[in-house]
Design a protein around this ligand. Structure first.
Ligand code: SF4
Length: 338
């Protein structure tokens, strides 16, 4: 390593165990971007640098985030995440950022995935044994996140918004798993004694599928209409709720990089287990994943609403109206059934 900067940015979930084991600080650039007070400005900054208007705002946001944070190294996920990542990596290289490639092999080939993880281990100068130790440590926190998720869907004591916040943050544990664990433990102590949000199951139970929303007020608006979001699909995947013994097995169970049909296996199981009344599928403007909306619509046999977000900020009036009508319809269905 040429310098002492310990921060390692990344473009989507990667085996963070390797980064922690080597004594570095993993930072999910998506989380930093979306929590930034001037996220709109970060998108504009990328456009001023030459990014086209019709490129996904997450790409523009994380491009600028890495530059503003003066990141020295970023791990770019070249397969299994985003069709824009290759070009994004080149734009970072142009600005002097070292880019380390990582890929989730097509078809979930475990041999290939193990090779990808071993390349990271070699790059960061750690060992499989050290990585295993960190994995066992992180699995304790992942068990707490499973508890958080159960307190949401099974016991109804946590809102979908708070569930989203914790699960999405577990992609990098905010750079410090010790601090993350401390905060989460304190929160769970309070949450398990909190009153139930949906006692009697009278409120419609919603599943949110797709990448995390770029809207700031999505959960507040939706749950403000009197529904409970009890499943955040991709965010839950970021928390790796599988507790597999082997790290390769863990990352081949991670559904996000492996296409719509593999994701559907997890989605269908959870829709049933969580007694979902309706599904909201979020897609991002200019994202290839928008095409997959037709697969989810075809395969999911229950009330389904597709929404689309473009730039960071609050929900637009039209999307609000569509969400309101959807919730109204769910209430009517629920009333008819009871
Ligand atoms: S939303 Fe789609 S286009 Fe945007 S970064 Fe994610 S995968 Fe890429």
């Amino acid at each position: 390593m040429k310098d002492n900067d310990k921060r390692i940015g990344f473009t989507t979930s990667i085996p963070v165990e390797v980064i922690f084991a080597a004594g570095f600080i993993p930072l999910d650039l998506n989380n930093i971007f979306i929590n930034h007070l001037q996220k709109e400005k970060l998108v504009e900054f990328a456009e001023e640098a030459g990014f086209p208007r019709n490129t996904c705002s997450w790409i523009k946001g994380i491009y600028s985030t890495a530059l503003k944070l003066k990141m020295k190294r970023v791990i770019g996920v070249t397969q299994g995440d985003c069709s824009n990542t290759h070009a994004l990596m080149e734009t970072w290289q142009l600005r002097g950022i070292e880019v380390i490639p990582f890929s989730y092999p097509y078809g979930r080939d475990e041999k290939q995935l193990k090779y990808e993880i071993s390349k990271l281990i070699e790059y960061f100068g750690t060992t499989w044994a050290e990585v295993k130790k960190v994995k066992q440590r992180l699995d304790k926190i992942r068990s707490l996140l499973i508890r958080l998720d159960e307190l949401t869907w099974k016991e109804g004591r946590i809102s979908g918004f708070i569930n989203h916040l914790y699960l999405v943050a577990s992609s990098d544990f905010n750079g410090s798993f010790e601090q993350f664990e401390e905060k989460l433990t304190r929160f769970l102590d309070i949450a398990k004694k909190s009153p139930k949000i949906n006692a009697g199951m009278s409120l419609p139970r919603i599943a949110y599928i797709g990448v995390p929303p770029i809207f700031s007020d999505f959960y507040l608006f939706l749950e403000g209409l009197g529904v409970h979001v009890v499943y955040n699909e991709i965010q839950r995947q970021f928390s790796m709720p599988y507790l597999k013994q082997d790290i390769t097995e863990q990352y081949s169970s991670f559904s996000y990089p492996y296409g719509a049909f593999f994701r559907l296996k997890d989605i269908k199981k959870e829709l049933k287990r969580r007694k979902i009344d309706g599904v909201i599928h979020y897609t991002q403007s200019f994202c290839f994943r928008q095409i997959e909306d037709l697969i989810f619509r075809h395969e999911i046999d229950m009330p389904f609403l597709s929404i689309e977000g473009d730039r960071p900020g609050n929900l637009d009036a039209r999307t609000k109206l569509r969400i309101e009508s959807f919730v109204e319809m769910l209430y009517e269905r629920k009333q008819k059934r009871s």
